[in-house]
Design a protein around this ligand. Structure first.
Ligand SMILES: C[S@@+](CC[C@H](N)C(=O)[O-])C[C@H]1O[C@@H](n2cnc3c(N)ncnc32)[C@H](O)[C@@H]1O
Length: 192
């Protein structure tokens, strides 16, 4: 896609990738890296396409329809934001299956939505990310806050990686780490 100015100071890339209709909110590597380390690599990314490099050993694109597939192992799920409700419901359902170890979800922190109350609030762990993320190649931060969810059984390493990014709630209770909680350099890269 061309990066030419679209006439209002934003590039064509930014116009497409930042519009609320866009589903192409590629996960910032600085957010993904510590989570990938904590799970020792993701097995499956069921909603893939926008990222520069594959995030997991197996990926499903829109053509495969990740919503219609069975998931397995440790799953990374940053879904199309035009249809968060269906993906969160699916993540909660899949996270309870034996074949699935853990599902980590990245979505906008829209706490007033039905999908938050029906599905997201039942996650084993929730991290409300401090600051706003810069998705894809964007120079600026997103116009919405984000959160991480874990469905299944997150390890201490995953909870600690969540804790490096913001306020964490485990089984509905505020997580109070015994180690000194400091937001790391990676968080600074994305915080605006
Ligand atoms: C927010 S992006 C996330 C991309 C990547 N997984 C990441 O974390 O950077 C969501 C992606 O899901 C893809 N997508 C949309 N509908 C899908 C479907 N039914 N099944 C699988 N992928 C889909 C979109 O094309 C888009 O690339």
């Amino acid at each position: 896609m061309s990066d030419a100015d679209a006439g209002d100071g934003t590039s064509e890339y930014q116009q497409v990738h930042w519009s609320s209709e866009s589903d192409e909110w590629a996960t910032p590597p600085s957010l993904l890296r510590p989570l990938d380390d904590a799970v020792d690599g993701f097995d499956l990314d069921p909603c893939s396409g926008a990222e520069e490099r594959s995030i997991a050993a197996e990926t499903y694109t829109e053509a495969d329809d990740g919503l219609a597939q069975r998931w397995h192992g440790v799953v990374w799920c940053n879904p199309p934001y035009s249809d968060v409700a269906d993906w969160i419901e699916k993540a909660r359902f899949e996270g309870a299956r034996d074949a699935v170890e853990l599902v980590i979800v990245l979505v906008p922190a829209r706490t007033s939505t039905q999908w938050f109350h029906k599905f997201a609030s039942h996650a084993a762990a929730v991290c409300f990310i401090e600051g706003r993320l810069s998705f894809g190649d964007a120079d600026n931060s997103a116009p919405f806050p984000s959160m991480l969810l874990a469905f299944g059984e997150p390890t201490d390493a995953v909870i600690d990686a969540f804790d490096d990014r913001g306020a964490v709630f485990v089984d509905g209770e505020r997580y109070a780490p015994t180690r000194q909680a400091t937001l790391g350099d990676a968080a600074d890269e994305d915080r605006r």
